[in-house]
Design a protein around this ligand. Structure first.
Ligand code: ATP
Ligand code: MG
Length: 240
């Protein structure tokens, strides 16, 4: 479903990604972790062209990500993304945050978009917050709204970039529970996260990035139980 072949990227003279290759099958859950500055955000942002790679191939559902605007739009239509900062529209209430995308992009009627939005608010367990504004919600609630908003676009793939790292500890669990339910529903997911409990429970494949390279990749059993690369061992010692 997602195929990266020798993807490299530079910011000026600085090479941030070095020949990264990655395969994600339909329904697969991949967790990417690694030290700060190792290129995790850059990598997943390249998958929906929020960043541009300069070498190698990124192919999503058989379409290669190039400069072709039509292809970029086709790929983006299938990908939802959730960020560390929730990026909700502060001047719109929760329901309007959820309906604006389907109405503008998918030309849904308001009533249908609202029905869909309420379905996903139930899924993330905050239907009662529909009329509130983002700043009237807790961080965990805002992040669940952000997840529901992505899901309203009915993507086939969800990308998460440290969705819980801006949250207080007591709110992390509610967001992780939402992500676990999403995983159980069969969603294809790539999650940048340091929540290793989540990785153990949910991931099919755990990847460590360091210095713009994928240095280790394996099932949770392999990754945590028998890491091959010394950098993985060092990383795990530091965070576990
Ligand atoms: P973190 O865990 O802190 O989020 P990360 O693994 O997501 O880190 P990236 O944000 O992908 O790392 O950044 C990788 C490297 O690229 C860093 O050295 C960063 O300073 C650099 N970088 C990121 N964005 C830019 C940019 N727009 N221009 C120049 N350099 C950048
Ligand atoms: Mg990052």
């Amino acid at each position: 479903m997602i195929k990266l072949r020798d993807v490299s990227k530079w910011y000026g003279h600085f090479q941030v990604l070095h020949d990264v290759s990655l395969d994600v099958r339909k329904g697969e859950r991949v967790v990417i972790c690694g030290p700060s500055g190792s290129g995790k955000s850059t990598l997943i942002r390249c998958i929906n062209r929020l960043e541009e790679h300069q070498k190698g191939e990124i192919i999503v559902n058989g379409i290669e990500m190039t400069d072709n605007v039509k292809n970029i739009e086709k790929i983006r239509r299938n990908i939802g993304m959730v960020f560390q900062s929730f990026n909700l529209f502060p001047h719109l209430n929760v329901l309007d945050n959820l309906t604006i995308g389907p109405m503008l992009v998918r030309h849904m009627k308001k009533k249908d978009a609202e029905e869909l939005a309420m379905q996903f608010l139930e899924k993330v367990r905050i239907p009662e917050q529909a009329q509130k504004y983002p700043l009237q919600l807790s961080g965990g609630q805002q992040q669940r709204v952000a997840i529901a908003r992505s899901l309203c676009m009915q993507p086939e793939i969800m990308l998460f970039d440290e969705p819980t790292s801006a949250l207080d500890p007591e709110m992390i669990k509610e967001v992780l529970d939402t992500m676990i339910e999403l995983a159980d529903s069969g969603m294809t997911m790539i999650c940048v996260t340091h929540e290793m409990g989540f990785a153990r429970t949910v991931a099919d494949n755990v990847i460590l990035m360091a210095d713009g390279k994928t240095v280790e990749s394996g099932t949770p059993e392999e990754f945590f139980g028998n890491p091959k690369n010394p950098r993985t061992r060092l990383f795990l010692e530091q965070i576990l």
